[in-house]
Design a protein around this ligand. Sequence first.
Ligand SMILES: O=C(O)c1ccc(O)c(O)c1
Ligand SMILES: [Mg+2]
Length: 631
Amino acid sequence: MSSSRASVGTGRPPRPASTGLRRSMATVCVSGTLDDKIAAAAGAGFDGIELFENDLVVTPWTPAEVRARCADVGLTIDLYQPFRDFEAVPPAALTANLARAEHKFDVMAELGVDTMLVCSSVAPTAIDDDELAAEQLALLADRAHARGIRIAYEALAWGRHVSTWDHSWRIVARADHPALGLCLDSFHVLSREVGPAGIAEITPGKIFFLQLADAPRLSMDVLQWSRHHRLFPGQGSFDLTDFVHRVLATGYTGPLSLEVFNDVFRQADPARAAVDAMRSLVTLEDSLRPSEVPATGVRRLPAAPPLSGHAFSEFAVDGESGPALRAALRGLGFAHTGQHRSKPVELWEQAACRVVLNSAVTRPQTPGTAAVSAFALTTADPHRSRVRAEALLAPVLPRVRGARESDLAAVAAPDGTSVFFSRDDDWRADFLPTGEEFSGAAGLTVTDHLGLAQPFDHFDEAGLFYRSVLGLARLTTEEYAAPFGLMRSRAFTTPDRTVRLALTAALLRRGEWAPAVVDPQHVAFATADIFGTASAVDRLGGTTLPVPDNYYADLVARFALPTDLVERLRRYGILYDRDQHGGELLHLYTPVYGGRVFFEIVQRIGGYDGCGEANAPVRMAAHRHLRLSTS
Ligand SMILES: O=C(O)c1ccc(O)c(O)c1
Ligand SMILES: [Mg+2]
């Protein structure tokens, strides 16, 4: 963190390249009053902030006090914003606008900030005249220059006459004033048809400020889209790596500054949201190719070591949920093969499918419930996996370790789930053999994926966390209507598909009527022969989820499957899906145990890559039906 301070008039001392690009965050990104926001930005390691005028207006501190408080925690104020509805007005309005600007310059001098953002006018009285806009912005820049201030002109995507970045650049170029440059905001650029290609033509040094925001692709009014749905880089659909490359290629050396208007983030714990923000920026910076941009001091993360599979999944259980899960595992052909040397922890195995039942998890849990408390992934380099996670602000978990027990590196995911990194199967030595062995009859081979429901407000945070910390790629994003509301799911995976995580969220979880399983979690195991597995489970006395006949009638209509196949699917409650490439998924579920968790068995055929999201509504309805009929 830098403690250097903006000095009006002389400009900010350039940071040495070795310390990297400066990282800033607009105060509008996070919740609270200015004290909360400053603490959050500093706590997450930002170098500076963009000070939103509204945040200043409501604070009891003088601008000089704000400056001092920021300096105390190592933050500079990199931008004062926004100054609105300035350019291309009739002469009388111009006088008033210049007077208004002088007041802001006074405030900026006290704040010690040298760049003011002027966004393109949305005023109905603005005149559609580039020459007039350029002339008036040059006048403003003259006044600013006299006070050591620069004006960064930003085209709002819904500006009255200037709504695209190339138009704002034509005006800035026409004004040709040293104290007038551009503010490029990735949202305004990438939400519009005018692509970012022309950024290369911008005169070096004329981009004064760079604001970064991602967003999902939505087909809606651009102002609403911008004010409610922006996301931190990597959480939406924009190609921010390409965008930042283009801007850096012009020689831009200012901060990478996040400016994210998001309804959820604005209500979230600011310290946590700022960490999410910083994680997005660190990840974005790591995605840049330094060789393709001028010497800007791009910082790299330790590369994510290759992952080669799910080592184990751990459930926190108690005296009530433990027996239920043991019976379920036995019914799926698992055996209790190991007992932990020092803790009330059991290892259950079937081939490379490993489940750990932990009766000693201290996380608060409602009696009788179970939860996925941890999962472990096999990595080529557990130490590097942990160092990368730390660089991405993941909390590293202390481990209490007995003699001869393996040292698994662990970090906490946003929802508190522990993520362990293990090099190989060493961790199994922590368990003393019970002498029990699984028979192999059920044919489960490996853990195929984990399904982890997230609270809606932390869905994007969790997705970014897993993707960046584990170095996963996004596989699918789906939305579907389910019995208890709309659901969103997003799956992540490794290039070789040995690790898959499927995150889901109920889009809005409001109201009192909540018969759905809250934040369900599941572990899916793979089989090469689901019919063989299903009949073995039958023989073992295992329980699978009954699926309604209507589902099979609909399957026949949707996929034109042979009747005998549908009959076999129906017999075992196996669900079916086919992707657009002809890949097929056959899968079945168990009931819900401990109020929250269940298992799935999957057979992938012909490269089916998803997680059977199409069948989630059937599964959810069947789970409810089962609860009603057994309660
Ligand atoms: O929504 C707005 O008004 C607004 C203000 C300032 C910005 O930099 C911006 O991108 C949007
Ligand atoms: Mg902006």
